[in-house]
Design a binder for this molecule. Structure first.
Ligand code: F6P
Length: 324
């Protein structure tokens, strides 16, 4: 019987469990055994393996996080540990490793495939949606919805107190989350690293909107631009007279990464996982799953390396046009 292994690596993302479930069940359909590896590459090195049968993945489709746990493992940069990882897989009769991860996790998988007779399959996940080579990564939709829920609440109190509120959202160096959250919450200003918006224009916009009679403002700030604390203190100096109830800020943080995945994330994660197994069964090797223009396809895993994926400039321009 053929045997594959699956691990989740890097920051967790809602929808990972749905993806693991799909991999296990579609593999079972094809008579393939699945071994789960706990704690990502750490568990691959330390041989934290566990059998995953179709029942073991029951009741998890609606759960956030990952039942396999995740980690960021620096030892994998060292050849000695990659060799150990390979030997662990080999001793279990496994020649294909499914990696549910982002950029760093795919690069690590690719190294393993270059150095040893191991096939790797990358399934894209990260709430940041910043992986090159795919329009979508598992977890993004839930993270955006989590942030939108939070900002809707912040809006109520901001409005009551006629304040200016800076909300910092995740995304590392990218602005996908911020841009979608900005549009969905009707933010006055959305700041993302890819398309800089000078500070004097932010100030101008806030002041102008006050002069036109607006009584409160929300700024969505991608963490890759600045910290909410920094921006709030600059605004405190420059626009305080225009903010009746003062200026406040909030860092949404890991709330964005948790909770039950949206229906979209459950479905796309199931499709990604199932598709990856089907392609493996057909003999495809060393590929990543990619979602492009509404279609799921495969690409060489190396496609995602060294390139920057940017949010659409049109969407950014729209976010500006929609606020007055
Ligand atoms: O990459 C996902 C992400 O949530 C980023 O948006 C954020 O910058 C980072 O991970 C936080 O990492 P950690 O969970 O290690 O604090």
């Amino acid at each position: 019987m053929k045997k594959i292994a699956v691990l989740t690596s890097g920051g967790d993302a809602p929808g990972l469990n749905a993806c693991i479930r799909a991999i296990v069940r579609v593999a079972h359909y094809h008579g393939i055994e699945v071994t789960g590896i706990r704690r990502g590459y750490k568990g691959l090195i330390d041989k934290e393996f566990c059998p995953l049968n179709p029942r073991a993945v029951g009741g998890i489709i609606n759960k956030g996080g990952t039942i396999l746990h995740s980690s960021r493992e620096p030892r994998f940069k060292d050849y000695k540990y990659r060799k150990l990882a390979y030997e662990n897989l080999k001793s279990e009769g496994i020649d294909t490793l499914f990696v549910l991860g982002g950029n760093g996790s795919f690069e690590a998988a690719n190294l393993l495939a270059k150095e040893f007779p191991i096939n790797v399959v990358g399934v894209p996940k990260t709430i940041d949606n910043d992986l090159y080579g795919t329009d979508y990564t598992i977890g993004f939709d839930t993270a955006v919805n989590n942030a939108v829920d939070a900002v809707d609440k912040i809006r109520d109190t901001t409005m009551s107190h006629e304040r200016i509120f800076v909300v910092e959202v995740m995304g590392r160096e990218s602005g996908f989350i911020a841009l979608d959250v900005g549009i969905a919450t009707g933010a006055d200003v959305t700041l993302i690293p890819e398309y800089p918006f000078p500070l004097h224009l932010v100030i101008e916009k806030l002041v102008e909107s006050r002069k036109r009679g607006k009584t409160f403002s929300i700024i969505i700030l991608a963490e890759g631009v600045a910290s909410a604390k920094e921006l709030a203190s600059i605004l405190e100096e420059k626009v305080k007279p225009y903010a009746l109830g003062g200026i406040r800020y909030s860092v949404l943080g890991h709330i964005q990464r948790g909770g039950s995945p949206t229906a979209f994330d459950r479905i796309i994660a199931s499709q990604f996982g199932a598709f990856a197994v089907e392609k493996f069964v057909k003999g495809e090797k060393n590929f990543m799953v990619s979602y492009e223009k509404g279609e799921i396809k495969t690409k060489p895993i190396t496609v995602s390396f060294g390139k920057i994926k940017k949010p659409s400039l049109d969407v950014f321009e729209l976010s500006k046009k929609l606020t007055i």
